[in-house]
Ligand binder design. Sequence first.
Ligand code: UD1
Ligand code: CA
Length: 519
Amino acid sequence: MPQPHLRTVVVLAAGEGKRMKSTLPKVLHPLLGRTLLGHVLSAAAPLAADRTVVVVGHGADQVRGHLSEVAPDATPVLQAEQLGTGHAVRIALDAVPEGAGTVVVINGDVPLLRPETVGALVTAHEEAAAAATVLAAEVPDPTGLGRIVRDAGGRLEQIVEERDADATQRAIREINAGIYAFDAVRLRDALGKLSTDNDQGEEYLTDVFGLLRSAGEPVAVHVADDHVETLGCNDRVELAALRRLLRDRVNEAWMRTGVSLLDPATTWIDVTVALDRDAVVDQNTQLRGATVVGAGALVGPDVTLIDTVVGPAASVVRSHAVGAEVGAGATVGPYAYLRPAARLAEKAKVGTFVEVKNTQIGAGSKVPHLTYVGDATIGEHTNIGAASVFVNYDGVNKHHTVIGSHARTGADNMFVAPVEVGDGAYTAAGSVIVDDVPAGAMGVARARQRNIEGWVVKRRAGTAAAEAAQRASDAKGAQRVGDAKGASVAPGTASDSEAIHGVTETVGGASGPGDTATE
Ligand code: UD1
Ligand code: CA
């Protein structure tokens, strides 16, 4: 069975977008997860067109490069000189085999256009067997746009550009959205007859409507339900306005699926992001790219997640993450930076002022404070002491560190990679670990402390410090007299308690030498 309607989509994207004042072609400006062009292509995607042609001109190489990433099936066609929208469509059709069917033309700068609206336009056009159908909208301010001029019977007579319009036509608030469906054969024919007899000396695609109408062909207007969808983008002020409108649309859709947004006005979610039910997004949060937030997870306030997967019931607070994975029930922040391939397993913790890159942190393991972890594998239920650095870079190459499971590393450790700390091992505070620490061992690598008794009283006489030292020494003398009456010394050897202290210092806990759990 032959396909009833061969469909060709033509996107017009050759213009410079002068008023953007940018080295980036207008259609490549980003808007919540896609470029303007990307939004238009995705609105057209459900048409399942047999071919898609994108007319490129200004910044052609950049636009072609972008297309090869986001729409490799689309055919870029070069319009070397921008001689008008009619000229652009003529060039596009010259590049595809002649044939019947429907040609859908979309300006490249209408990013809020929804697939449903393009679909309704095309269906109406095909069902009416019209020669051409234009998407129109009634707008509060039609300045700069083409006006829909209807006859006494309400039928489309012509589309007139503002600069070619008379005063009566300018008063019309029904505008051409720049989105059309055409019968392919009649469009080709009319494009051959376009003149450049207008204020800009260009071939106007819009003149096709007047030409077809004069030839007695059926032309139609399809009015958009919501004029916001037809808003174009000509400068950065309009781009910002479109971004706010799209934000509201995206946010509303997520709230309706069961996601809580505590402050939608400061929550910016790319159209490419996915959130599960009962996720809670707190204020000042940006979710970008391929980010996914699991059920019941809490993200925010003040969080940016780019291409990051957050598992169910995890929490990420005041943090920045790029290309990271946060496991179920894991916690991140406040003030953490997760870089690409930072992977936190279930219930792992990355705390405050911690940066993690290319590292697997095992289930239940914690990196709570002031630490850099790069290029490492950390086992399960391990605790990394505060203010540690995984020294992964020798100035030329990056090296890997392995920390086992149930390990307890001391505060202020340097792990000079490549190095390995075994399962259940401990390391002392202030250690520079350059050699492997076997499973169950205590690694100590630091100079022994020396106290020079009485130094301040002797060498800083007359200072407040010396006076305080003197008072303390006097009080100690008095205490010693009391103790001499029969106190005993606590058990444990001096070297053990020193090393263990190295570990317990990180945690500020006082419950015993073996307790290194944080908080
Ligand atoms: C066009 C319509 C106008 C409509 C408005 C909606 C015409 C003559 N006018 O006006 O009725 O209200 O869109 O936004 O069509 N382009 C090319 N090659 C060219 C010229 C333009 O590819 O030679 C592309 C531009 O990159 C842009 C689109 O076509 O994506 C529209 O061009 P633009 O110059 O913005 O047309 P408008 O003056 O806005
Ligand atoms: Ca425009």
